[in-house]
Design a protein around this ligand. Structure first.
Ligand SMILES: [Zn+2]
Length: 302
């Protein structure tokens, strides 16, 4: 057991991890939510954001935080069709229930449907009604109008996020949409991440990541993107992006999901060990797993 890895895991904050159940009860879980919270506590993990592609996780997070005590389990809302898409009401009520992150649309975003559609296909298998929504939205949700301007409801969502101190993640929007949102977030004083730029449905260039970081956004790199049943991104590709953009703008998260991956604390442990092995210093990794995620979520930092 590497002491350096364990020390960096202690105090880590994971801004993006999927809870169970997710999508359908037919998707098994590697670990129950409660066992996960206990494991996180044993590892000294400071906290994590529960994400669901389907429903807000705010109530789950509230209960788990009470049960796990020393671990901060934080709730979120993802703006997919299930919550009405770009719904200021859903965001306000998630904020009122203690939510910490607003994820922009994932499987409901037009960009994701056009480029990947992986999660939509999974949902379609047991919920064919979802296609009515796709049709109604002309092929999926986009945050920009026909003239390329940010839609008014998205501006409202940013204001509500600012009011509740919630951070905003780009979800599965396109790099072009994300760059517009990063600018708006900077104007509104909202903390913002450009999420998993290397996954298939985003596929952002390093230049686009640099551009987003210039607005003050963080670039969030998920370790699940490197896993065998996902995009199999070489961690060195992530490392190269981080070197180009700067460690001060990088966040390492798990995006833990599915029984074919290790549980969230183990994914974070593997990620830390991998980045140390690639050549990042312990201080650099600490920034990316502890300091930057805490700042993004508005948590206290030393
Ligand atoms: Zn995710």
């Amino acid at each position: 057991m590497s002491l350096a890895v364990e020390e960096l895991l202690r105090g880590a904050v994971d801004v993006h991890a999927h809870s169970y159940p997710e999508l359908s009860l037919s998707y098994d879980s590697r670990i129950s939510n409660y066992d996960w919270a206990v494991m996180a506590k044993e590892c000294g993990i400071r906290g994590y954001v529960l994400k669901s592609h389907v429903w807000p996780t705010v109530m789950q997070a509230y209960e788990l935080s009470r049960l796990a005590q020393d671990v901060l389990v934080m709730g979120s809302v993802t703006l997919n069709y299930t919550v009405g898409g770009l719904s200021p009401t859903a965001v306000a009520l998630a904020g009122e229930l203690g939510g910490k992150v607003v994820f922009m649309p994932t499987w409901s975003s037009r960009n994701d449907i056009e480029r990947s559609g992986v999660t939509l296909n999974r949902i379609r298998a047991f919920c064919p009604q979802v296609d009515d929504m796709v049709r109604r939205e002309n092929g999926g949700v986009t945050v920009l109008d026909a003239a390329g301007r940010v839609k008014p409801e998205v501006s409202d969502i940013m204001d509500i996020a600012e009011h509740y101190g919630m951070a905003v993640s780009s979800g599965h929007l396109s790099p072009a949409e994300t760059l517009k949102l990063a600018e708006l977030a900077a104007v509104k004083g909202v903390r913002f991440t450009f999420s998993h730029p290397h996954i298939k449905s985003v596929a952002a260039t390093v230049e686009q990541q640099v551009e987003a970081a210039a607005t003050g956004a963080w670039i969030e790199h998920t370790f699940i993107a490197c896993m065998p049943m996902h995009v199999r991104v070489d961690p060195r590709v992530i490392a190269k992006s981080i070197e180009a953009v700067g460690v001060d703008h990088a966040i390492m998260s798990s995006d833990a999901f599915g029984p074919w991956n290790p549980p969230e604390p183990e994914l974070m442990r593997m990620y830390i060990a991998t980045m140390l092995n690639i050549g990042f210093s312990a201080d650099e990794v600490r920034k990316m797993v502890q300091v930057n995620p805490a700042r993004y979520l508005g948590l206290a930092t030393e």
